[in-house]
Design a protein. Structure first.
Length: 309
């Protein structure tokens, strides 16, 4: 058994992470007027937000090319792979997962295992890195898919946007009609139903940034403090490094037993949330899927995160 891991650029894995865990990435196209950019290939992180702030015409996104996907599968077949796990951004905000399912149904040279992350950015990256680590440790495909589903049960997200108009414009906010934050300077707190359809919704609103920040931190504390497993958390931003560092310092001080890291909201997700967005995704610590010798632990059944209604 020879297993590959393929994800898309909205995971925002670093080059070092891709190489370390043997993860391949397909870029997602950004359509801006008559020009097509490929996420972090033709347009960089800072360049994108600078352009977004000054452009009169705003961009939209597509999904990774089916041709690129099939070409990658051809490469895996030629290299002798028996299986490929394709981890996609949430089906609640993209049709890419259904595309992968269609390709998987037609493919008989290699087993294609579509996995709907029900999230994006750092959460999608966590799945890909766990799969890569499990493959390196010799896990079979059944254990890997089991552990990806288990990790999903433990994953949750909170984020705050400066301007709801991008999510409204691109149709990615499921309850947009309920919120008029751009008109009344409301600071909406958003989440994704990772254990359900993977859609984005505004779950609360505050009048001030500080109150919204405390709301997010209280949610994080309440949803994690009674769990039986260790937690890891990624804090990430759309080009606001000072605020990201402030979040990181504060969380590390208040939650010293948890593991914290940072990432970015890159161009293709930035199309939908805009600059100034701050976010955090947490889940079970990936290290806890392995024993002290680095071997995969079988039969893990994690307690699920249950967001309040």
């Amino acid at each position: 058994m020879k297993i590959a891991v393929l994800t898309d650029s909205s995971a925002y894995l670093t080059k070092e992470q891709q190489e370390k865990y043997q993860i391949d990435v397909l870029p997602i196209p950004i359509i801006w007027g008559k020009k097509v950019y490929h996420d972090l290939v033709d347009i960089g992180y800072e360049e994108f937000y600078q352009k977004l702030n000054t452009a009169k015409e705003l961009p939209t996104t597509s999904q990774p090319s089916i041709g690129d996907l099939k070409q990658k599968i051809d490469e895996y077949v030629a290299a002798g792979y028996t299986d490929v796990i394709v981890i996609t951004l949430s089906s609640g905000i993209s049709s890419y997962f259904s595309t992968v399912q269609s390709v998987a149904a037609e493919e008989d040279r290699i087993k294609v295992h579509p996995f709907d992350s029900k999230i994006t950015c750092a959460g999608e990256a966590d799945y890909a890195m766990l799969a890569g680590r499990l493959i390196e440790a010799g896990a079979d495909i059944d254990l890997i898919m089991h552990d990806l589903k288990d990790l999903q049960k433990t994953m949750d997200v909170r984020f705050m946007v400066d301007d709801l108009s991008h999510l409204k414009r691109t149709g990615r906010l499921s309850n947009a009609a309920s919120f008029v934050g751009t008109l009344f300077k409301i600071k909406p707190i958003l989440s994704m139903d990772v254990q359900n359809k993977g859609k984005i919704s505004a779950i609360a609103k505050e009048r001030q940034y500080k109150r919204a920040y405390r709301h997010v931190q209280n949610d994080f504390d309440n949803l994690t403090k009674n769990l039986s497993y260790k937690i890891q958390d990624t804090i990430f931003d759309s080009l606001d490094p000072e605020k990201k560092q402030a979040w990181l310092d504060d969380y590390r001080t208040k939650f010293p037993k948890y593991k914290f890291d940072t990432s970015i909201i890159g161009p293709v997700v930035g199309v939908h949330v805009g600059q100034g967005t701050m976010s955090m995704i947490w889940c079970r610590d990936l290290d806890t899927y392995f024993d002290e010798n680095g071997q995969p632990i079988k039969g893990i059944e994690s307690q699920a995160v249950v967001d309040p209604e």
